[in-house]
Design a protein around this ligand. Structure first.
Ligand SMILES: NC(=O)c1ccc[n+]([C@@H]2O[C@H](COP(=O)([O-])OP(=O)(O)OC[C@H]3O[C@@H](n4cnc5c(N)ncnc54)[C@H](OP(=O)(O)O)[C@@H]3O)[C@@H](O)[C@H]2O)c1
Length: 243
C-alpha cells in the first residue's frame, strides 16, 4: 500500500484519459476494484466521472479514492459550480482535487483550500508543476496541506525526479501520470531485456521500476483491457534486481 494525505491507497491507481470503449473501461475498473485497486484518476476535461460512478455503484462501494482535476480558470472564477458538477457526476465528494495545469498557482491553491472549507473536496494538490511552481504552491497554502503532486513520470521522462527528494521529506504523494509514456516506455531496450530475463510482461517491469524509485510514487496507468490490467498489477508484486 502507499499513502495520500495519510490514507492508504493501492500501489497503483487507474487513469481515465482518452477512454475508447466506455463499456470495456467500466468492466476493467470493476475488475480493478476486485483486485484491490482503490485509486482512480479523472478530470473535468476527461468526462469519465460517470463511468467511474457506474463502476463504483456496480462494485457496491464508493470507498474508492477518486482524484479529479479542474481547469485553472474554473478554479479561479467558477470554483463552487465546477466542484458541485464533479460531485454530481461522481456521486460523491472527490477525495483529492488538483489544479490540472497551473496558470496562477498561488491563487489556484488558495482557492482549492476554499474547496475543502466548503466540503466539496477532501484533499488538495497540484498537477503538471515545475519545481518553481511546486515551491510557490507550498508557500501559498495557509490552512490545508498539499498532499499530492500529479506529474508525468516514466522511465522515458524523468524530469520530475528533481522534486522527488522534497516530496519524500514532506510525505507528499507523487501520482506518476503517463507512466508507460503511452507505450513508449515498453520499447526501451533495458525494459525488454529485464522482462525477458524475469519472464514477466514489459508493462510489469515499468510499474515495478516506478514503484522502486520511492515509496511516495504511485503510478496511474490507464487501461481498458483486463489482460493489460493484470500485467500492470503484476508489476506491484515483482521485485527488480538491485542493479
Ligand atoms: N495531469 C495530467 O495532465 C495528465 C496527463 C496525462 C495523463 N494523466 C493521467 O494519467 C493516466 C495515464 O496516462 P495515459 O493514459 O496518458 O498514458 P499511459 O498510462 O502511459 O498509457 C496508456 C496506454 O498504454 C496502454 N496500455 C496499458 N496497459 C498496457 C499493457 N499492460 N501493455 C501494453 N499497453 C498497455 C493503454 O491501452 P489499453 O487501454 O488498450 O490497455 C493506453 O494506450 C491518464 O489516463 C490520466 O488519468 C494526467
Amino acid at each position: 500500500m502507499r499513502r495520500i494525505g495519510g490514507e492508504k491507497v493501492s500501489d497503483i491507481g487507474l487513469g481515465s484519459w482518452a477512454v475508447r470503449n466506455p463499456k470495456a473501461f467500466v468492466e476493467t475498473l470493476i475488475y480493478a476494484f476486485e483486485l484491490g485497486i482503490n485509486l482512480v484518476d479523472t478530470a473535468e476535461m476527461y468526462r469519465t466521472e460517470p463511468l467511474i460512478r457506474e463502476a463504483m455503484e456496480r462494485y457496491g462501494s464508493k470507498d474508492i479514492f477518486v482524484t479529479t482535476k479542474l481547469y485553472p480558470w474554473n478554479i479561479r472564477y467558477d470554483l463552487e459550480k465546477s466542484l458541485k458538477r464533479q460531485v454530481e457526476r461522481l456521486g460523491k465528494v472527490p477525495d483529492l482535487v488538483l489544479v490540472h495545469w497551473p496558470e496562477d498557482i498561488a491563487t489556484e491553491v488558495r482557492e482549492l483550500e476554499r474547496a475543502v472549507d466548503m466540503g466539496l473536496a477532501r484533499m488538495i494538490g497540484v498537477s503538471n508543476v515545475t519545481k518553481e511552481q511546486y515551491e510557490v504552491a507550498l508557500q501559498a497554502t495557509k490552512k490545508v496541506e498539499i498532499v499530492a503532486v500529479q506529474n508525468k513520470y516514466s522511465p522515458t521522462f524523468r524530469k520530475t525526479e528533481e522534486i522527488l527528494p522534497d516530496l519524500e521529506r514532506r510525505g507528499i504523494a507523487l501520482q506518476a501520470h503517463t507512466p508507460l509514456d503511452r507505450g513508449e516506455a515498453l520499447n526501451l531496450p533495458w525494459v525488454k531485456e529485464l522482462a525477458d530475463k524475469l519472464g514477466v510482461p514489459r508493462a510489469s517491469v515499468v510499474i515495478a521500476w516506478l514503484l522502486s524509485r520511492s515509496p511516495v510514487v504511485i503510478p496511474i496507468p490507464k487501461t481498458e483491457s483486463i489482460e493489460h490490467l493484470k500485467e500492470l498489477w503484476e508489476g506491484t508484486k515483482i521485485k527488480l534486481p538491485e542493479a
